[in-house]
Design a protein. Structure first.
Length: 255
């Protein structure tokens, strides 16, 4: 807690302490927070003050309240800016100090079908690396990620352990390839039984389906990626600007 926090109202101080414990995983995801009575007794405040502190924790996006059951830790969603190219690990570290892990489901060489041929601009039958991982933050599965990359561009890529190593960092540091642009399509889907089991959610829960093709400076297709991201853990945003005419007016058409 900051040295000046003692100047803040008691309920704000308590709110800050609870959020600090959530961020440091002393209160883990989905765990139950202390009740109004427990907070009141521990910090010597009224039940009303304790209630106000818990309400502020909920309003800050760190917990959810369930009538008759209590208040449970629910960390803020991870937010991805659709106008920026960034790997999953960098996206997480930009927002929180969580523990990031990956579980490799598959890492092998396959032959390009018609879809991969189109996306990666390679002949049908050309060799492609397929790397499938579950991306995990603070012990919670967040996404299933399937990366497809041309073998000819990255010899011996599967010698690396992508449960602990960043794919984007590897292709940049080991192969000198930097991703500079990407085309992206965002859609919605519902988890089938297999995805639900992998992500620890219920069948038919909503997922973001994120398809992207990434390119290097020479416009070579480097990766075709499919992301299945939990709708309750992730969100996306974009920054849009209107195009103004030379006179400065908005480009609305008459009629």
């Amino acid at each position: 807690m900051e040295s000046t926090d003692y100047l803040l109202p008691k309920y704000v101080q308590i709110k800050n302490m609870i959020i600090e414990k959530i961020e440091s995983n002393q209160f883990e995801e989905n765990s139950k927070l202390p009740s109004e009575r427990e907070i009141s007794e521990k910090y010597g405040v009224s039940r009303m003050t304790a209630r106000k502190a818990l309400k502020m924790v909920v309003e800050s996006g760190y917990a959810s309240s369930h009538v008759g059951k209590g208040t449970y830790v629910h960390k803020p969603k991870l937010t991805k800016n659709l106008t920026e190219i960034e790997g999953f690990s960098f996206m997480v570290r930009r927002q929180r100090d969580g523990m990031i892990a990956s579980r490799v489901l598959e890492a092998k060489i396959i032959e390009a079908d018609s879809l991969l041929s189109e996306k990666l601009k390679i002949p049908i039958g050309a060799e492609v690396y397929r790397i499938m991982r579950i991306r995990i933050v603070d012990g919670v599965p967040i996404a299933i990620q399937e990366s497809n990359l041309p073998v000819q561009l990255f010899p011996n890529l599967l010698a690396h352990d992508f449960s602990t190593t960043s794919l984007y960092r590897t292709i940049f540091e080991e192969y000198g390839v930097k991703i500079v642009s990407s085309t992206q399509i965002l859609d919605l889907e519902y988890a089938d039984k297999h995805k639900a089991e992998l992500l620890g959610i219920r069948e038919h829960d909503a997922l973001f389906l994120f398809n992207s093709v990434s390119y290097d400076a020479d416009n070579n297709a480097i990766e075709y990626c499919i992301h299945h991201m939990r709708g309750d853990k992730c969100s996306f945003y974009n920054e849009l600007r209107t195009k103004s005419s030379a006179s400065g007016s908005l480009p609305f058409r008459k009629g």
